[in-house]
Write a protein that binds this ligand. Structure first.
Ligand SMILES: [Zn+2]
Length: 294
């Protein structure tokens, strides 16, 4: 008998607290990873449970190695959208750009409909590879052939490198991963104004890792808010629960990133909730659907 009373109480209180309601809004977590070192800490079933509990209705996932993203979809269902990661073995991030097998795997995985995009591909300032390397150019060709988007992380000091890519491939949808680092709002604005085929992602810009987009209260810095409001159709975000990027990490243990999901999720909803409703719904949900639409 008591539990029915409690249920009414809960319903009553949740109905009069609009703040709580928006937190339960459907969310496209547009940038997650499920890597070999995540699996040591968190099973596919646990990841699916975490996402469901947070009302994630759609998620883009990349695995290292790539097949781990497929395992997650198999466990969770077709709302989990695997991208083909060119990191086809545990240390693939180091040698993918010299490995012909990457192209073979990408071609077959895209052809048989297992993957719905390509990425994440990283280019770090001062390191190999560069964006003109042969394997990467072939991946771009495959994205065109199979009409799938690419998730690209470019850490250069200005917008030129990425802008060259998006201008040279106007028919390929490109997601610029982790905006808010070396490229500031003024750089991103140049990309957005010149390339209609680009979307901007704010994953991993929380204060516990890279920061760069928000104030202490976790709402957007004025320059980013202005840009988001100017281009509300062009931004997406995600939690990106990779934890080994922090300075406390040790490299001989698994990655416990998925255990931090709640605070990453809360962080993104804090800045989202400060935006006008229509803009918030676009960034949290609708824009990701537009990217994935063929
Ligand atoms: Zn990532």
């Amino acid at each position: 008998m008591y539990h029915i009373k409690y249920l009414f109480l809960i319903l009553f209180f949740s109905a009069i607290q609009p703040g709580n309601l928006s937190a339960a809004e459907i969310f496209a977590d547009s940038h997650i990873h499920y890597n070999w070192d995540h699996r040591e800490e968190t099973s596919t079933q646990e990841v699916v449970d975490i996402l469901k509990k947070h009302n994630v209705g759609l998620t883009i996932v990349a695995g290292t190695p790539s097949e781990l993203a497929l395992e997650l979809r198999e466990k969770g269902g077709d709302w989990i959208i695997p991208f083909f990661s060119p990191y086809i073995h545990e240390a693939g991030k180091r040698d993918w750009y010299m490995d012909e097998q990457v192209i073979k795997n990408a071609d077959s995985g895209l052809k048989n409909g297992q993957y719905f995009g390509i990425g994440e591909v990283h280019f770090m300032n001062g390191f190999q590879p560069k964006t003109d390397n042969r394997i990467f150019l072939q991946l771009i060709e495959l994205a065109g052939k199979y009409r799938v988007p690419m998730l690209i992380h470019i850490d250069s000091g200005n917008e030129i490198t990425f802008q060259k890519l998006c201008l040279a491939n106007p028919d390929i949808k490109m997601i610029f991963a982790h905006a808010g680092g070396n490229l500031r709002a003024e750089h991103i604005e140049k990309i957005l104004s010149r390339c209609d085929n680009v979307w901007i992602d704010f994953a991993a810009r929380d204060p516990w890792r890279y920061g760069g987009i928000s104030k202490e209260d976790h709402t957007l810095l004025p320059e980013w808010k202005t840009l988001v409001l100017k281009y509300p159709d062009r931004f997406i975000t995600g939690t990106d629960p990779v934890w080994k990027v922090t300075r406390w990490s040790t490299w001989d243990t698994g990655d416990e990133g998925w255990t931090h999901y709640q605070k990453l999720y809360d962080y993104h909803w804090t800045w989202l909730n400060e935006l006008p409703e229509e803009v918030r719904q676009k960034i949290a949900w609708k824009n990701t659907q537009a990217i994935l639409k063929k």
